[in-house]
Design a binder for this molecule. Sequence first.
Ligand SMILES: Nc1ncnc2c1ncn2[C@@H]1O[C@H](COP(=O)(O)OP(=O)(O)OP(=O)(O)O)[C@@H](O)[C@H]1O
Ligand SMILES: Cc1ncsc1CCO
Ligand SMILES: [Mg+2]
Length: 262
Amino acid sequence: MKLALLNELRQQNPIVFNISNFVTVQDVANGLNALGASPIMSEEVAEADEMVGLASAVCLNLGAFTQRQVEQIETVGKLANEQHRPLVIDPVAVGAVAYRKQVATKLLQEFHPDVIRGNAGEIAALADVSWQAKGIDAGEGDGDLVAIAQACAQKLACTVILSGPTDVITDGTRTVKVMNGTPLFQVHVGSGDMLSSIVAAFCAVEDDYFEAAQTACLVFAAIGELITKKTPNLAAGSFTVQLLDGLQLTTVDEIKTVAAYQ
Ligand SMILES: Nc1ncnc2c1ncn2[C@@H]1O[C@H](COP(=O)(O)OP(=O)(O)OP(=O)(O)O)[C@@H](O)[C@H]1O
Ligand SMILES: Cc1ncsc1CCO
Ligand SMILES: [Mg+2]
């Protein structure tokens, strides 16, 4: 685990270009900014080439697209591949809505993601494993999460993060589990979207995207856990505020005091 990447990220302040969804765009921008990256958002295909050019990493969130946005997402994904920018995909609710899986499947034939970050319902859907996803949430299933993540990574030839109470990170061969976190992440819509964009920020400072992905998961989950230990009685609203403070202020040494992974 390369926790020193957090200091590297804060020092480099990499630009991360996001196509976010309209629900959580501000969480994503402020989360990246607080952590030490430099977010930029765009919904205009005419500036896609320049946007990818100025960014050190790209995160495409499939959370609430229109047909016009799907075209923009496809253009940006292809440009990221052409311009060798690390590309992270967040396949929101592909396990719950057949149309979304159809669109995501087509997009994944048009460009190659370096990392896909989703919950169990989303990753199972992309791996063609049976699972009862529930809207944007992971839902219910009895499959082996490590096997599902590995199947998805092998099928799509990329690093996969299957997030949840335990995050599973795999490139199909190497696998790490991050046990940190707090159930409060689930009461904040956008925790997952923030994590996906933060994964992109780590990919901007580390060429081994499996390493970048696992470090991002540990940093994000450990910061969530640390703030719940520091501040009693956190709930949906106060957790959101404390999470932003935590992203800005938490040090590598503090993360090491709770880090739990294998
Ligand atoms: N029950 C839990 N206990 C500890 N940590 C959790 C729990 N559930 C989620 N997390 C953490 O929350 C973060 C977001 O992951 P999650 O799987 O909830 O994303 P998601 O389902 O895509 O969320 P979103 O609602 O934003 O789309 C990760 O860092 C994960 O480790
Ligand atoms: C609630 C919601 N609906 C579409 S996207 C989104 C935010 C989680 O990504
Ligand atoms: Mg999500």
